[in-house]
Design a protein around this ligand. Sequence first.
Ligand SMILES: [Zn+2]
Ligand SMILES: [Zn+2]
Length: 132
Amino acid sequence: MERYGSCLCGEVTFAATAMPSIQACHCSMCRKWSGGPFMSVPCKEARFTGPVGRYASSEDVVRGFCSTCGSNLFYLANANGIYAIPIGLFADQAGLPFRAEIYIDEKPDYYAFANETKKLTGSEFEALFGGK
Ligand SMILES: [Zn+2]
Ligand SMILES: [Zn+2]
């Protein structure tokens, strides 16, 4: 399903083919990047317009941000071309259940989600989808 959204300042907008789920990543890199667990929607395709900055956080991963306001825009794994776009950017957030938590082995003890989710360790996730 095609969904639309924007960054905080509105200069970056996007259209994305979203899969019907939200996932949280607990890995230390995502927590440093986003300030907490990274809650995102996996998207098969995404088109961004506006001042998009890019940062290669590892050999296989690019993280996008708005060059004006600094909002995180996407995590892109080169291995599979799937964009993980923060749920907070979407204009319409209905119909997207919180289904999965990844890198559960890197989750700090100071929080835990009460939602019933599928939980994968980092190595379980990488075996399925590659990248970090
Ligand atoms: Zn912005
Ligand atoms: Zn992560």
